[in-house]
Design a protein around this ligand. Structure first.
Ligand code: ADP
Ligand code: MG
Length: 234
């Protein structure tokens, strides 16, 4: 069997709040295969961003194990984390988080520069597909929300990472722009064999992913999609 790109075993994450110990993730088992896609839903405050932060190494686990690309990260120090983030990870946030002093092309090239690589055919393909090839010299602050999120997606995927973590990437977009961005993100990630873990409130966005998980009271459950048939044949 193919080994998972991300695996969590008995993963627990607690935050100390005053004297209270607040357990946000409770004995989680999770795995994500290469090139697969998972939607993560759950109420506000249920720990979705915390789970992403744990996987990206921004928050250490309180107990349990995180394996990335088959390696137990328990012994990882800054150099291993930096290498993983620079080479294997792309991240898209709700707030776009673009580098405002830079133009569109410089933003997209940023992760390539971290890997000592430069603009290439894949980048041309990315900006063509995302419909932002005419915006490359524009300052990112002058773009619409939908355009900025397309730039953020290009930046997250420019170095063809194995893993894309997307935290409510359509949360600041209207319905139409949000669906367009989701369709593009899914298409480009699949072309680059990038696995996606998508946090979303929207069931329509979740439907772009192969599986859906729900986080509640610190536990992850698989959701039956239970889709209505598109057409009534009778
Ligand atoms: P979600 O993304 O599902 O809305 P979060 O993962 O942001 O939820 O937060 C889950 C819970 O963990 C919340 O109660 C939040 O206050 C708490 N939390 C998240 N990050 C921290 C932190 N760095 N320090 C203390 N508490 C935190
Ligand atoms: Mg969140």
């Amino acid at each position: 069997m193919e080994s998972p790109l991300v695996a969590l075993h008995h993963a627990t994450k607690s935050f100390v709040d005053g004297k209270e110990n607040h357990r946000v993730l409770n004995d989680i088992e999770f795995s994500l295969l290469p090139s697969s896609s998972v939607a993560l839903t759950g109420a506000s405050g249920s720990g979705k961003s915390t789970l992403l932060n744990v996987i990206a190494g921004f928050e250490p686990l309180t107990s349990g194990e995180l394996h990335l690309d088959g390696q137990n990260t328990a012994s990882w120090k800054d150099p291993q984390w930096s290498r993983f983030r620079h080479q294997q990870l792309g991240v898209v946030f709700q707030q776009f988080n673009l580098l405002t002093p830079l133009n569109v092309k410089q933003n997209i090239a940023f992760p390539l520069n971290l890997n000592r690589r430069s603009w290439n055919d894949w980048c041309d393909h990315l900006v063509d597909t995302l419909g932002i090839s005419t915006l490359l010299n524009r300052h990112v602050a002058s773009l619409s929300g939908g355009q900025q999120q397309r730039v953020a997606i290009a930046r997250a995927l420019a170095h063809q990472p194995k893993l894309l973590l997307a935290d409510e990437p359509t949360g600041n977009l209207d319905q139409k722009a949000g669906m367009e961005v989701m369709a593009l993100l899914t298409e480009i990630a699949s072309q680059g064999n990038t696995a996606i873990l998508l946090v979303t409130h929207s069931l329509e966005c979740a439907d772009f992913m192969q599986t859906r998980l729900h986080l509640q009271n610190g536990h992850l459950t698989t959701q039956d999609l239970n889709r209505e048939p598109l057409y009534d044949l009778h």
